[in-house]
Write a protein that binds this ligand. Structure first.
Ligand code: ASP
Length: 453
């Protein structure tokens, strides 16, 4: 076990977590029907280990962004390099997101999930939803969150990036863009002062960055146990399997789209960097598995950065900017899912979609994914905005969300993997384009770096 690569250990943890969770759902000797002993045991004694792991990763996210971004910019030496990195990053992020939505629309229009749902099944689902108080509450909560996010003015997003108090900003992981803004501002100012005055500040952030990367290594030691706990927790709180069957075609469509995105990233890596796409995925697997288990790109960020920097070889100057910005605004998996889910809901609820509506989906899903928070379930909240923009009436909207609710968590796990892989791909492309893609510090695979697959 000791010599096994990290991703194998994590995979074993995941499989055992699923089996354990399934076993626990079968164990119930309690006489009170409201209490399921197996589920309670997992929730009380196992799931907290996963929560501790997610907390540890979130704990170091803000210091990691501050240290690596400030040091990264200061190391660039001049501002033109930075504007090059910044411009390319945002440009490529936008292009990959639009491609993701287009792939989503293509697969959903070809497969047409939901089109065959009969009125009878639909009625059954509607009444099951209306009789399930917790499902109604869940859907209402998502719709209310979407309304509050949508209610602000057109420039609110930009205003929100500029913090008025850096200490306040660093106390909230949801304010990552504000911390990035401060770090950029600080780093650029550091570039502009005398070298002899900046040298200690730079040295401090450099050392801090190393310490935090070491913390990621240490946290990853418990990753196999943590993913065991996270997956056992997911299994015991899974939805009704009967509805799951109804949704298999929809889930398959989303998964096919997500898989196409991974192939697309691998192709980009091969053509634009000349590196082995298999090597790229191998180096990234631990981050992908953490993304899968936590359903949060924000929680996975420290692992993504460590993998991209140490195991892929993108220099800190690029990783420090591209990865945190990507975790917040680049969600290709989420945008693809939003496109598929929007069309699926319309097909299932017999709401006609014109070609113009499909174009609207491209624009809104792109923006909605940028606005989605990097936390579990956020993509579904912003899906409300997409559905409203294409004119789905409120009553249908609630039923539509209820319809996909049961499978949202597993799909969230998969789309988060794509979100994280997209960030790493763009980091590689930008790194290559500005001459900051070198050999990795840690090599995970035996084939020649420049070899074709
Ligand atoms: N869970 C996703 C992420 O953190 C966002 C979403 O699609 O819900 O990247």
């Amino acid at each position: 076990m000791k010599n096994l690569a990290l991703h194998w250990k994590i995979l074993i943890g995941m499989v055992l977590g699923v089996l354990f969770g399934m076993g626990m759902t079968q164990w119930d000797s309690s006489t009170t029907p409201e209490i399921h002993e197996g589920v309670k045991f997992v929730n009380d004694w196992i799931a907290p280990i996963g929560t501790i792991f997610i907390n540890l990763l979130k704990l170091i996210a803000i210091p990691l962004i501050l240290a690596s971004l400030i040091k990264g910019i200061a190391d660039l030496g001049d501002i033109t390099k930075f504007s090059q990195i910044g411009g390319r990053t945002i440009g490529i992020y936008l292009i990959t997101t639009i491609i993701a939505v287009s792939i989503g629309l293509t697969v959903v229009n070809v497969i047409q999930p939901g089109a065959d749902i009969s009125q009878e099944t639909l009625d059954k689902l509607i009444s099951a939803h209306n009789n399930d108080a917790s499902a109604v509450a869940n859907v209402n909560k998502k719709m209310a969150t979407a309304q509050s996010q949508k209610g602000s003015g057109p420039l609110a997003f930009v205003v929100d990036i500029v913090p008025n108090n850096i200490f306040k900003a660093t106390t909230d992981n949801g304010k990552m863009l504000q911390v990035i803004f401060f770090a950029l501002f600080f780093g650029i100012s550091l570039l502009l002062i005398d070298r002899e005055k900046s040298v200690y500040v730079k040295g401090f952030f450099d050392g801090l960055n190393e310490v935090i990367l070491k913390m990621v290594d240490l946290i990853m030691i418990i990753a196999p146990y943590a993913v065991f706990a996270l997956l056992a927790g997911v299994i015991v709180s899974a939805g009704d399997p009967e509805i799951l069957v109804e949704l298999i075609k929809y889930s398959f469509t989303v998964l096919l789209g997500l898989l196409s995105m991974i192939v697309f990233y691998m192709t980009l890596v091969y053509f634009f960097t000349g590196r082995s796409p298999i090597g790229f995925i191998k180096a990234l697997i631990p981050a992908q598995l953490v993304a899968f288990s936590t359903s949060s790109s924000a929680a996975t960020l420290p692992v993504t950065m460590e993998r991209v920097e140490e195991h892929i070889g993108v220099e800190k100057e690029v990783t420090a900017f591209v990865c945190p910005v990507g975790a917040t605004v680049n969600m290709d998996g989420t945008s693809l899912y939003q496109a598929v889910a929007a069309v699926f809901i319309c097909l299932a609820l017999k709401h006609d979609l014109s070609f113009a509506d499909q174009l609207t989906i491209i624009a809104t899903a792109t923006l909605a994914s940028i606005g989605s928070a990097a936390v579990p379930g956020a993509g579904m909240v912003m899906l409300v905005v997409v559905l409203e923009t294409i004119g789905l009436p409120q009553e249908k909207l609630a039923i539509g969300l209820a319809l996909i609710f049961a499978v949202d968590r597993p799909l969230d796990m998969c789309r988060t993997v794509v979100n994280v892989t997209g960030d790493a791909t763009v980091a590689m492309l930008v790194g290559k384009s500005v001459g900051k893609l070198g050999p990795p510090r840690v090599k995970d695979w035996d084939d020649n770096l420049d070899a074709i697959i």
